[in-house]
Design a protein around this ligand. Structure first.
Ligand SMILES: [Ca+2]
Ligand SMILES: [Ca+2]
Length: 185
């Protein structure tokens, strides 16, 4: 009995040790108060007659107050005219729950309730200004979490287009595919 007991204790200690190590690794990877997810997308896969809107990276920073999105584009691609972020907060409900739309001409983002992958349900529930770094060809948005129902976690799909209502040019990380879940810090 004693031997078994000792073995069980060793196993428990080993398991706890493993759990502790995992927690430490996660904590190290996540900056204080925010979690960051980065999804990458190939360069040169954009379906467009002119070089615009070829996304290579989307950074999703899910902080306690805001969701920060930053989009990087392929070299010599340039920004897209229109961006549609499909934001999933509930995997049990089919499709994305929210849409964040923005464009380089309107210089504004708008949050809508999603109607599937392409539509929106009703008018905007929140609006704000976008931040475009023309030199670096980066698009940045800071959207308060309250505009998205203050979800614990999000996963994001991005579709770029160069017209209205939006013929898809590029999908990141893929068509009707989300990046990894990013849980708020
Ligand atoms: Ca791309
Ligand atoms: Ca959903």
């Amino acid at each position: 009995m004693r031997i078994k007991h000792t073995a069980a204790r060793r196993t428990a200690t080993a398991l706890l040790g493993g759990v502790t190590a995992t927690v430490v690794a996660l904590t190290t990877a996540v900056p204080a108060g925010a979690a960051v997810g980065v999804m990458t997308d190939p360069a040169g896969d954009a379906k467009t007659s002119f070089k615009s809107g070829d996304v290579t990276k989307v950074r999703v920073k899910h902080g306690p107050k805001a969701l920060r999105l930053a989009v990087t584009h392929a070299a010599e691609s340039g920004l897209a005219d229109v961006y549609r972020f499909n934001v999933d907060t509930d995997p049990k409900a089919k499709g994305p729950e929210w849409v964040i739309g923005t464009g380089i001409e309107v210089e504004q983002w708008r949050v809508f309730r999603a109607d599937g992958w392409r539509g929106v349900d009703g008018g905007p529930v929140c609006t704000g200004g976008n931040d475009i770094d023309w030199d670096a060809e980066r698009m940045r948005l800071v959207v308060p979490r309250g505009c998205l129902g203050s979800p614990e976690r999000v996963r994001v799909n991005l579709v770029t287009s160069n017209d209205y209502p939006g013929t898809p040019v590029d999908h990141a990380p893929g068509k009707r595919t989300y990046g990894a879940w990013v849980t708020t810090g």
